[in-house]
Ligand binder design. Structure first.
Ligand SMILES: Nc1ncnc2c1ncn2[C@@H]1O[C@H](COP(=O)(O)OP(=O)(O)OP(=O)(O)O)[C@@H](O)[C@H]1O
Length: 791
């Protein structure tokens, strides 16, 4: 509802006054900041002038230290002040662009007089005297009413308790470059008008914050504080990622005294997504949290042991060309290895190794000589108390091996190879060893055995150089052949029968997928489904790693994680709180084929400590797109936000004319003003094919597993890479029965189509997929390419 002329004039005047205040404040601050900067440069330049250095006696040393410390404190105090000021300047600059986006007039219960007008923006601003808020930060307790209530009775929670009252008005503003573009009063939901305006705009290759239009149910996600695990299940485009990022900004504000951005980790689905979301927090004036993918973490931990298969390769495997029997076997292995029961089987295997034997060892060798053989290490290990943990026993073995390595090196003092190496010692090495020798002052020029001593000391120094890497090898437990033991579990029929059969029930099937795993391991490759199990196995032998500094872990696209991976993450971040966001209908991983339930990360917290929030309203796509996409997954709980747009189209064509059809459609889409256009393919192979065909007729860029970045323009990419991101228009390259023929492709097709914000166009070479034929005909338009009237 637009407001009256008089009120609009008042709003203009207030805006002018606030902007004037900001400008004045900025000028003053910039002046002061300049002074600070000069001070810092001066202090750094003359740091040593003001420090008296005297190291003659204990007292003088103490005084020198005290004077140094004092000088360093002055410097760091100035630096801190400068940083504070810079942050203030950044905030004011942001507010100068758009000081506020909302206002609520609130009359507190039991207070007389007029209601207080609370203006809400992306940061707080006090008046000159520091007494009244000209702008409240959107995260301040009072601001929550803006998101939670319409005019009428309202309340908000403060640390001191709940405050009740009456919301007399709720108003929204669009202010850009300091200009009031629009202002309107609104009802319960945050302005359909403003949302329409925001959602109708063109998308960008960077995600935007939703601070001005956060919806009530999203606000619950943002401000939830009680639970240890916040579990958000929401339809495609319902704002899970957006709410998660706003929540991070909220937590950083709410706990600003104790929580830093680097104590928050966000697990994202892939690198493209990480780049896509990295602009939101800076836009809100906060530092970015740490971002990683589960794959990055696995690579970091396992790179020394294996080449870990990229999860995208495993998706390529599922959605690539069929490999018949092997594929079937692998998929049944994947199903087993994603379950928590596989974790238990690994634990049993580990216990068995520690108790009964069967540990595999690598001998400690040096220059082709075995210092301690595998058998001997095994005997030493077995001699230790089996009640002690394996990691504890390994630590003891490591200590013994270090001693063995040192003893061996001592025995080599007069070995031929040492004498030979001494002859060829280069000048630099010689000098290094010689000066070390002198430092030790154990050798005087007068002694008659100078030469022998010199030889001995130099040889010791030389051997020391060799012992260091050996010690490192031992301390990193490299004498333990973990790869060999993991391999044995799959290769040895007895171990398979004992530990793996109970998981699958069918020994022939187990033998089948084990053979597949062994083949890959022999090539030094770790299939993706084995990566987390292998890491767990490795840590159960070596000892578990934990990260105690991280306080909040956010996991986006959580439907893709397996119960086994949850168990691992839980152990990795034992002190953390969790925010887990996912949509089971978008679970396209190999272990999720046909699964329509979320893999609940129950291990993360007890039910009493878990809060669940479900989002069904989708904001990304227009109503016609949602009405079409939800028919792809019958039963999908997904409600459109009421935004109009053209119906999706389906063009059935031949392979020869496909590129030309797509080019024509792309042109139309561009003419409609859309900037990010994606041509989504089933897999990398198809996307290469599409790129080769399309580049001859139009300008396109390709994003593949190993490169390419999300930017405005026309992009060709496999659908699974588009997870979590969105485009103004999506063109599905070929949705024929041949490509999307089975149930397996259902969720992939759904996920791909739900990336579209304003337009969705499907092309099919020949008969369209039966998945589409289930969609009621009124939900899309079939285009006959020969009939140009429809274009
Ligand atoms: N309250 C809101 N106000 C304005 N825009 C919103 C709001 N909520 C969501 N959006 C927009 O809807 C789109 C989808 O949001 P987002 O990517 O966060 O959804 P998602 O649930 O993570 O989707 P998916 O599961 O498909 O990855 C984004 O463009 C986002 O800006």
């Amino acid at each position: 509802m637009t407001i009256g002329r008089e009120e609009r004039v008042q709003e203009q005047q207030r805006l002018k006054a606030v902007l004037g205040e900001i400008r004045g404040r900025l000028e003053k601050l910039q002046e002061e900041a300049g002074g600070f900067k000069e001070d810092i440069v001066e202090i750094r330049k003359h740091f040593w002038d003001d420090v008296t250095i005297n190291l003659d006696g204990a007292e003088e040393v103490y005084e020198t230290f005290a004077s140094l410390k004092q000088q360093a404190e002055v410097l760091s105090e100035r630096e801190r002040g400068h940083r504070r000021m810079q942050a203030q300047v950044r905030l004011l600059r942001r507010l100068q662009e758009s000081p506020y986006f909302g206002r609520i007039d609130f009359r507190e219960e039991g207070r007389d007089g007029t209601a207080e007008a609370v203006y809400i923006g992306t940061g707080s601003l006090l008046d000159e005297e520091g007494l009244a808020f000209l702008i409240y930060d959107w995260r301040a307790p009072v601001a929550s009413m803006y998101y939670d209530h319409g005019p009428g009775p309202a309340a908000y929670v403060t640390p001191g308790g709940e405050i009740r009252g009456e919301l007399e008005r709720k108003r929204q503003y669009i202010i850009r470059d300091g200009q009031l573009r629009a202002v309107f009063d609104t009802g319960l939901t945050i302005g359909d008008e403003l949302l329409q305006h925001v959602l109708g705009g063109a998308s960008d290759s960077r995600m935007k914050s939703i601070v001005a239009t956060i919806q009530r149910e999203q606000n619950r996600i943002i401000r939830s504080e009680q639970s240890r695990l916040l579990l958000v299940e929401g339809a495609a485009g319902s704002g899970k990622t957006s709410a998660a990022l706003q929540r991070i900004a909220y937590l950083l504000y709410r706990y600003r005294e104790s929580l830093r951005a680097d104590q928050i980790v966000l697990f994202s689905p892939n690198g493209m997504f990480s780049a896509y979301v990295s602009s939101v927090l800076p836009e809100l004036g906060e530092d970015n949290m740490q971002q990683t993918t589960f794959q990055e973490y696995l690579d970091y931990r396992l790179a020394e042991d294996f080449r870990v298969e990229d999860p995208l390769d495993s998706l390529e495997y599922v959605y690539g060309e069929s490999e018949g029997k092997t594929e079937e076997l692998r998929l049944s292995g994947i199903a087993v290895k994603s379950q928590a029961s596989f974790l238990e089987a690994l634990q049993q295997y580990t216990d068995f190794l520690g108790r009964e034997g069967g540990m595999k060892w690598r001998p400690l060798t040096f220059r082709d000589t075995v210092i301690v053989s595998g058998e001997e290490i095994d005997a030493r290990f077995r001699a230790l108390d089996p009640c002690q943990s394996i990691a504890g026993r390994l630590e003891q073995i490591a200590k013994e091996l270090v001693r063995s390595a040192q003893a061996y090196m001592r025995s080599q003092l007069y070995a031929d190879w040492v004498e030979e190496e001494m002859q060829t010692l280069d000048a630099e090495a010689y000098l290094k060893a010689y000066s070390r020798l002198q430092q030790r002052k154990r050798f005087s020029e007068e002694t008659f055995d100078d030469f022998d001593r010199e030889y001995e000391e130099l040889a010791k120094a030389l051997l020391q150089e060799y012992v260091t890497p050996l010690k490192r090898w031992i301390r990193r437990l490299k004498f333990l052949d973990i790869q060999g033991m993991y391999m044995a579990l799959h290769a040895d029929p007895l171990l398979r029968r004992a530990h793996l059969d109970p998981l699958a029930g069918n020994p022939a099937e187990v033998d089948g997928w084990c053979a597949y795993t062994v083949r890959r391991l022999e090539k030094g490759e770790l299939p993706y489904e084995d990566a987390a199990p292998y890491l767990i196995f490795k840590e159960s032998l070596e000892g578990f790693r934990m990260n105690l500094s991280v306080r909040h872990v956010f996991v986006d696209e959580a439907q893709d994680y397996t119960p086994l991976q949850w168990a691992y993450l839980r152990r990795l971040f034992p002190r953390s709180r969790w925010t887990v966001l996912g949509d089971p209908l978008q679970g396209i991983g190999a272990h999720l084929l046909g699964v329509r339930e979320m893999n609940h990360p129950a291990v993360l917290a007890a039910p009493a400590e878990t809060e669940r929030i479900r989002l069904t309203r989708t904001y990304r796509s227009t109503r016609p797109i949602v009405e079409f996409t939800r028919t792809l997954l019958p039963g999908a709980e997904i409600e459109p936000f009421d935004r109009e747009g053209p119906k999706p189209t389906l063009t059935v064509t031949g392979r020869e004319s496909l590129a030309e059809e797509i080019r024509r459609r792309t042109e139309k889409v561009r003419e409609a003003g859309h900037r990010t256009i994606a041509i989504l393919c089933k897999n990398e192979r198809e996307s290469l094919e599409a790129y080769e065909r399309l580049r001859d007729v139009m300008e396109v860029k390709r994003i593949g597993q190993h490169g390419g970045s999300f930017e405005p323009g026309v992009l060709v990419l496999p659908a699974y890479l588009a997870k979590g991101v969105e485009f103004d228009a999506v063109l599905m390259y070929d949705v024929s029965q041949e490509r999307y023929g089975g149930e397996r492709e259902r969720k992939l097709l759904y996920t791909a189509c739900t990336r579209a914000m304003h337009e969705l166009h499907l092309f099919s070479c020949g008969e369209p997929s039966q998945l589409l034929q289930e969609a009621p005909s009124e939900t899309y338009r079939v285009r006959n390419p020969l009939d140009n009237r429809h274009q």
